[in-house]
Write a protein that binds this ligand. Structure first.
Ligand SMILES: [Zn+2]
Length: 462
């Protein structure tokens, strides 16, 4: 059993006014809301940082399991109640603490927003304190964790956000938000760009929906709905006992982005090569241009980014390739229900030698492999396929047929040249020749089943 998460976005219509977009006051209110919530978050982060001893408090409780009184750390809800009692003016607590009067500084803020920022602040301060404690243990001078920042996307819990997509009049769809317009808190209707795609994703019964966050950027405003789904998947230990188990191994490379092999009953039953369609070359050319421009313009200006458009393009190319490879991987896995997906634990391809653009290109290729791994893992898990990381030691050096060490070679002017990065693999023991990436991919299965070179070593005695 596990949980998968995804985000479904609903964009607010900030298009042209005469085409139904929100007016300027409404847009300004969104920014004002985010700003005032950030200020409130700052208030509570400062408050908790000033009272760190309360965060570390232990409370006694009666344990049903052990039938005795025990101690545990104070919970977030108890902290929230305590913080409200100290800072908010109510009938029960008419006098908030000196200097910490929240009601005076943020009059009439809805209590749901207040509680959400207190929860945010508790999370941020707690993680800061634990990071700080870890850092102090290491006794290093560098790397002191910075104080927690207050900016965050506001979360719209129930009571601050109402979605009315059903009772749509004449195709107009609105979302009602409680926003701050600079003077008071009020409900405002925002037109949304609602697509069939969004409604379909929202209605899917298996996905449980949680409170959305309001994400504002320069050009757009959107509600991000996190969704979770419970997924039933076999444990790998159980799968391993299954004699009909299908394993799908993947070898990630630069030119062949992925080599996928499927094995059942110790036989390879399917192979898929996913080519990069010249991505590596194209990216190299872009990076060469960036490197040249950087060289021509000399020292970079601090705090400014150069070649933004080119970098954006490179990032988009990488992102696109990663999604496509993950898709083709998921497609293969979907054909074999109950299979196990095998990835090699990622190694970095070190980029020491070569020009600057070449090194940058290697770094991008490493990032791409990481992305493919991540996306494929998420996508496959949605279909109930579990991913295992296998030991990558020597997968490209050993023969996948007999398990002896072999060598890689290439053809250069019709001559066999043995080079480390050769395209082909040759085994001197059983005279087996194969594509080097394919050989590595097949070795992924051997590594998973602990065969050949990947046999568990007997423990040394004494
Ligand atoms: Zn061999």
């Amino acid at each position: 059993m596990g949980q998968a998460t995804r985000t479904t976005k609903l964009f607010l219509d900030l298009g042209r006014r005469d085409q139904g977009g929100a007016n300027t006051d409404k847009r300004a209110a969104l920014d004002a809301t985010a700003l005032v919530l950030n200020q409130a978050r700052t208030f509570y982060i400062d408050f908790f940082l000033a009272h760190t001893d309360k965060l570390a408090e232990r409370v006694p409780y009666y344990s049903e399991q052990h039938l005795e009184m025990r101690e545990r750390a104070i919970s977030a809800n108890e902290l929230l109640t305590w913080a409200e009692a100290c800072t908010v003016e109510t009938a029960a607590h008419p006098h908030p603490w000196e200097g910490w009067d929240f009601s005076a500084r943020f009059p009439e803020m809805p209590c749901i927003y207040r509680r959400s920022v207190i929860k945010d602040a508790i999370g941020k301060v707690r993680s800061y304190l634990s990071n700080l404690a870890n850092w102090q243990k290491t006794k290093k001078k560098k790397g002191r964790p910075g104080l927690p920042g207050a900016t965050d996307h506001p979360t719209l819990y129930q009571g601050t956000c109402e979605l009315s997509l059903e009772e749509a009049r004449g195709g107009d769809r609105f979302v009602r938000l409680k926003v701050y317009d600079g003077h008071a808190w009020q409900w405002v209707n925002y037109p949304v760009v609602c697509s069939r795609y969004f409604q379909q994703r929202q209605r899917e019964p298996a996905w449980e929906q949680q409170s959305p966050t309001l994400v504002l950027s320069k050009q757009t405003a959107a509600l991000h709905f996190p969704q979770t789904k419970t997924i039933a998947a076999r444990k790998v230990k159980e799968s391993k006992l299954d004699p009909d188990l299908v394993t799908v191994a993947v070898d990630l490379n630069v030119k062949h982005l992925a080599v996928i092999t499927v094995r059942r009953h110790e036989q390879i039953i399917e192979t898929v090569f996913v080519s990069d369609h010249g991505l590596d070359q194209q990216r190299y050319r872009h990076l060469k241009r960036i490197a040249r421009k950087q060289w021509l313009s000399g020292k970079p200006v601090k705090g400014e980014h150069s070649n933004q458009q080119l970098w954006r393009h490179v990032r988009r190319m990488n992102e696109d390739a990663a999604r496509k490879v993950a898709c083709s991987l998921a497609r293969v896995c979907a054909q074999y229900p109950g299979c196990v997906l095998l990835f090699e634990r990622l190694r970095k391809i070190k980029a020491k030698a070569g020009s600057k653009s070449r090194r940058m290109n290697r770094r991008q290729a490493n990032q791409l492999r990481g992305k493919i791994n991540q996306y494929a893992r998420e996508k496959a898990f949605l279909a109930g396929t579990v991913t295992v990381e296998v030991n990558p030691h020597g997968t490209s050096q050993y023969c996948s047929r007999c398990g002896q060490g072999g060598e890689r070679f290439s053809f250069h002017h019709g001559q066999r040249v043995s080079v480390r990065w050769g395209k082909l693999f040759w085994c001197p023991h059983c005279h087996y020749e194969a594509n080097a990436d394919w050989n590595a991919s097949v070795n992924g299965h051997h590594s998973f089943f602990h065969e050949f070179h990947w046999k568990p070593r007997p423990k040394r005695s004494g």
